[in-house]
Ligand binder design. Structure first.
Ligand code: THG
Length: 269
């Protein structure tokens, strides 16, 4: 299970403030903490309201890379911004993300190949938005899978995101996301990888931690390979470790949860 640490995101007030003050302290703190907790990647997002997103992204990348070597996941809908970020990344990066629209695929996939980056492909498009049914999401995922073949992006470098919405407003979407994951894992051989923004599922809900934890386990049973999540949530990481054992992807031993953390999740993929 690859965990993409969600915390270096201008959506969080401490990171927003760090960008405004050009003070790297909070970014460094989360870069170190997420890395210690076993993040395979760190999501980097300037958030919606950064006055100069280019300056803000450079600041976040440089602060993170000054502290740790953990690869970065560049989270933006502005592809020119992502490209400037890719130029600064010391490790091969993950591009977050590409919608299933032809003109976006034509911009993003060649860029990924040029910079040796991987790509998160979203099961949504300009025309359909986030469709409700798994059939419609699977059709959009198929566009991305076909494009990987066409452009020469290795299939295991494509991460399909079925898209999670908060259950307090879109409860009927979650089973559709699960079914999308099941279908995506059957789509090609080798199959593309899968990911999602886990914390979306509980936004503005009560009992967020238990919703996230339960959702992660269900998603893993349906074929989730990685997730953007709070890697500092130990209960969440324990649930992921336990799901690995129960899905028979790991041999049971009394200390499996400790091993999961000690091995930084990623050798267990
Ligand atoms: N798919 C992909 N990328 C994504 C998402 C996705 N990137 C962004 C997001 N969704 C995943 N990351 C987060 C990060 C934080 C929260 C949710 C998803 C979150 N933040 C608190 C909130 O909104 O309540 C902020 C609280 C605070 O300010 O402290 O929940 O789906 N590919």
């Amino acid at each position: 299970m690859e965990i993409i640490g969600e915390r270096i995101n201008g959506m969080f007030s401490d990171i927003k403030q760090a960008i405004a003050d050009e003070n790297p302290e909070a970014v460094v703190k989360w870069a170190v903490k997420q890395t210690e907790m076993g993040a395979s990647w760190m999501d980097i997002s300037v958030g919606a309201s950064a006055p100069d997103p280019y300056k803000a992204l450079k600041f976040l990348i440089e602060a993170a890379q000054g502290a740790v070597d953990t690869p970065l996941c560049l989270d933006s809908t502005n592809y020119d911004l992502i490209e400037e970020g890719l130029k600064l990344c010391r490790q091969p990066a993950l591009i977050n993300s590409c919608h299933a629209d032809r003109h976006k695929i034509e911009r993003v996939f060649p860029m990924a190949i040029k910079y040796g980056a991987k790509v998160i492909g979203l099961a949504m498009s300009e025309e359909s938005g986030i469709p409700k049914t798994s059939d419609a999401r699977v059709a959009l995922a198929m566009e991305l899978v076909a494009a990987a073949d066409e452009f020469g992006l290795p299939m295991e470098d494509l991460y399909i995101d079925p898209l999670l919405l908060p259950i307090n407003v879109a409860q009927d979407h979650f089973p559709e996301a699960l079914e999308t994951l099941r279908q995506v894992k059957l789509m090609a051989d080798p199959a593309p990888k899968t990911t999602c923004g886990l914390s979306n599922v509980s936004q503005r809900c009560a009992h967020r931690n238990i919703i996230n934890r339960t959702a992660l386990v269900l998603l893993m049973a349906a074929g989730l390979d990685s997730t953007i999540a709070n890697v500092a949530d130990l209960d969440l990481m324990d649930a992921a470790a336990t799901a690995r054992v129960l899905l028979n992807k790991e041999i049971y031993c009394d200390s499996y949860a400790d091993l999961f953390k000690a091995s930084r999740h990623k050798i267990l993929v």
